[in-house]
Design a protein around this ligand. Structure first.
Ligand SMILES: [Zn+2]
Ligand SMILES: [Zn+2]
Length: 271
């Protein structure tokens, strides 16, 4: 049984709607997926219908940081209408919008033309807005060949159009997930460098052992999870963005047995 417990929709920076994503997941033979959009539970706001035939675990991917490194925290089995979680998403979106507009201002001052209406339109659609959206606009306008080049030249941390933003601490994110009834899992530890050891000291419930960016280190991370008696999670981090692995749903998936404890934590929530 194939599962994928880390997928994005256009409620954050993915390409496909929750409807499209769940349909594609069913066609790809996945039995269980988790839609874990960045800092939003908009996929679970009641306006979306998921394709039948597969289980969808309600999830979120929160953005935190540790001494300059991005730290992402997955929350599984969350109650999307819980007040603290709702407040987290609302304030995150607000901060992200002001930051996006500041980045656009920087781009404009550097000579790139960007219509701010496009940024507001994304927010009005209910999503969060960030650097990938701005990068896509610049690519669409013909300034850069692809999103990666925009990041490499303009939007990287400390880059000419970069604006830092305030994020909740790791402990705050874990507490919000717990308050919403969820399980807090450290996402893609393979992307962490100096921060890995100190970040692992936080009171997570699980570790995302299986992720494309952890390749070659599955045993190392599984050993850490076992030692800490944490849940093991795994997923593709599918966004549907051309040029970013995995480009298709199902190209990277996890065997249900590898994440069985997490799957059994609670009966699935199906829409
Ligand atoms: Zn992430
Ligand atoms: Zn992700």
């Amino acid at each position: 049984m194939k599962v994928d417990l880390h997928m994005h929709t256009n409620c954050s920076d993915g390409i496909y709607t929750p409807e499209q994503l769940t349909a594609m997941a069913g066609e790809a033979g996945l039995s269980v997926i988790a839609i874990s959009d960045h800092d939003t539970v908009a996929a679970y706001d009641g306006t979306h219908s998921f394709a039948a035939g597969l289980q969808v675990i309600r999830a979120i991917e929160m953005s935190s940081e540790y001494e300059g490194e991005d730290v992402h925290i997955l929350g599984f089995y969350i109650d999307p209408v819980e007040a603290g979680l709702q407040e987290y998403c609302r304030s995150f979106k607000q901060r992200r919008l002001s930051r996006a507009l500041e980045i656009v201002d920087k781009c404009i001052s550097l000579g790139y033309e960007i219509d701010k209406k496009a940024i507001h339109a994304i927010v009005e659609k209910g999503g969060t807005v960030g650097r990938p959206h701005i990068a896509r606009i610049l690519v669409a306008q013909g300034y850069f060949p692809d999103v990666k080049s925009v990041f490499n030249q303009l939007l990287y941390r400390g880059g000419p159009a970069y604006i830092p933003y305030h994020r909740r601490t790791i402990s705050e994110c874990i507490a919000i997930i717990h308050q919403a009834g969820g399980v807090a899992v450290l996402a893609h530890p393979g992307l962490l460098h100096q921060a890995l050891q100190p970040v692992l000291q936080h009171p997570f419930d699980g570790l995302e052992v299986y992720h494309p960016n952890n390749a070659g280190r599955y045993e190392e991370f599984a050993a850490i999870a076992h030692k800490k008696h944490w849940y093991i999670s795994g997923g593709s981090d599918f966004h549907g963005v051309p040029g970013r692995f995995p480009e298709h749903v199902g190209m990277y998936s996890v065997d249900a047995r590898q994440v069985s404890r997490l799957l059994q934590r609670k009966d699935q929530v199906n829409e």
